[in-house]
Design a protein around this ligand. Structure first.
Ligand code: GAP
Length: 496
């Protein structure tokens, strides 16, 4: 099989559009930058990944509940959270043609890593390096902060007092509902609240297909812990011996990108990860990413530099995946947010955010695993995309594959078609399934492989005689023969 290194972003984008995973939104009108619609296969893939996330992080756990908050949020939320003041990127505008650029991306194109630079440094770097507008060669203006939140108006008046924001993260809805969840569900610390939902960021330069969007989906957990018990994690054993590739802030500050391979236990003992609960959530996240088909060999845990930390964060690690066309990029962030958010909402609302734990009244500290769905889908597809003897195979894990099983009559004669269609109708009650009778059987197998169908059921001559069928495996091309009556339980077992 051809390695994924040869895969370009253009190849991947065109494959995903051609096969009905994603479409540029409003394509017939020329598209909208930073917005993609999900096609039929993308929609199924999305649902499988979200359902598995919800199962893994919410339903199977005893310490987690979910909420589903609003997209348009009380304006005070974002004053309290610090987003009105601090959620911005620097924008530079060409004084000649008026084109606008995100300053750090522009500098990155000149080999300067700049996610953490302030306005003065950006301005002097642009002058020193003689950086001009990439489009017209014009002089670039001074960098100006640009807030990334989309706003709208509530009610008929389009005035400042009626302005509200579309949420740029789901997290704040969890903080707003924290006390209601705590009381209504009788929760006890430590516990988590999870949420899946759309968020909106007015990115200056959306890029990288699904990587940087203006509308995307987050899967977030805020895990609330007594501040005196940040290292009291009774379930740490479940992850303690997991080995991770860690890139500490200190290493990066010394100019190196060399990771250290270390167990989570050691990383915590050496103080590289400050709290045990933080290390636990890194482990749980990795377990889930691996469960859905991300190769952990291509994952590293990069600590944020001090001046890179978000305004709310005590310590943050990015889970980065190695994309062949972009290098290491964040697919999930795991932050220790301390008590920043609850304290700020307490201050701005005048309502106490304290709760009781073992007779003590505390404002909990928070560990936040925050996954971006579309970046994870991008990594999953990159991981699964392979070319073998000129044929594309999408080796998606059966757990998340958008179509689980294909049904083919070996030839399109009526007796074969009739039997295959009745099998297809039965399988559709249990799995996402596809049916095709036209074309050679080889061609139909290839078409199913290309969209990641893990199993193909074929009705052949013998099926008519003894009510058996073959199951063909996408990745090995092996086939087994089983009675039709055992198809559903066999496929269920294979999918697990
Ligand atoms: N509540 C914390 C938070 O929102 P973040 O690092 O800004 O943290 C979390 O976002 C995750 O959301 C990222 O790890 C990434 O996967 C995803 N994400 C962020 N910005 C994105 C964008 N413009 N397009 C697609 N996904 C994005």
């Amino acid at each position: 099989m051809q390695a994924t290194q040869t895969l370009t972003l253009e190849d991947l984008t065109s494959f995903c559009v051609r096969k009905g995973f994603f479409f540029p939104s409003g394509r017939i009108y020329g598209g909208l930058r930073g917005f993609y619609d999900y096609g039929p296969l993308g929609t199924e893939l999305r649902k499988e990944v979200l359902d598995d996330w919800w199962y893994f992080f919410v339903r199977r756990r005893v310490d987690m509940v979910g909420i589903h908050g609003c997209i348009i949020t009380h304006p005070k939320t974002w004053e309290a959270s610090g987003h009105v003041e601090a959620f911005f990127d620097y924008l530079v505008t060409c004084t000649k043609c008026g084109r606008e650029y995100r300053a750090d991306h522009l500098l990155e194109d000149y080999g300067i890593k700049a996610p953490t630079l302030n306005a003065e440094t950006i301005s002097s770097l642009i002058k020193e390096r003689g950086i001009k507008c990439p489009e017209c060669g014009g002089t670039l203006g001074e960098p100006a902060p640009f807030n990334l939140m989309f706003s709208t108006f509530i009610g008929p008046k389009r005035t400042k007092t009626n302005e509200a924001y579309l949420r740029p993260e789901t997290a704040q809805l969890i903080f707003l509902n924290f006390k209601d969840v705590y009381y209504s569900m009788g929760m006890k610390l430590p516990f988590g609240i999870a949420q899946i939902g759309e968020v909106f960021r007015n990115e200056i330069s959306p890029r990288g297909f699904l990587f940087r969007l203006r509308e995307f989906t987050q899967m977030e957990i805020e895990y609330f812990i007594n501040p005196c018990k940040l290292d009291d994690c009774p379930i740490f054993d479940e992850v303690a011996q997991m080995k991770v590739k860690l890139l500490p802030a200190e290493t990066q500050e010394a100019g190196s990108e060399e990771t250290v391979t270390i167990t989570l236990q050691e990383a915590w003992e050496k103080g590289l990860i400050k709290s045990k609960w933080h290390a636990y959530w890194i482990g749980e996240s990795l377990k889930w990413l691996s469960r859905i088909g991300i190769n952990l060999e291509k994952v590293r845990i990069r600590e944020h530099l001090k001046n890179e930390l978000a305004h709310y964060a005590v310590q943050t690690f990015d889970i980065e995946y190695y994309f062949p066309f972009m290098g290491w990029k964040e697919i999930e962030g795991i932050s220790n947010r301390g008590d920043y958010d609850l304290k700020r909402h307490q201050e701005f609302s005048g309502k106490s955010m304290a709760v009781e734990d073992d007779g003590e009244v505390v404002i909990p500290h928070v560990i936040e695993p925050s996954f971006g769905l579309e970046r994870i889908l991008l990594a999953l597809i990159v991981e699964a995309y392979k070319v073998s003897r000129g044929h594309t195979i999408l080796s998606l894990n059966p757990r998340v594959a958008p179509v689980k099983v294909a049904v083919f009559p070996i030839v399109d004669k009526p007796e074969f078609v009739k039997k295959a269609k009745s099998i297809y109708a039965n399988l559709k009650e249990h799995f996402t399934a596809m049916y095709e009778e036209k074309g050679t059987i080889g061609r139909r197998y290839y078409d199913a492989d290309e969209v990641g169908v893990p199993f193909a059921v074929t009705v052949d001559g013998r099926s008519l005689e003894d009510d058996t069928v073959t199951i063909r495996f996408r990745d090995t091309k092996e086939q087994i023969r089983i009675p039709i009556s055992e198809l559903v339980p066999t496929l269920k077992r294979l999918m697990e």
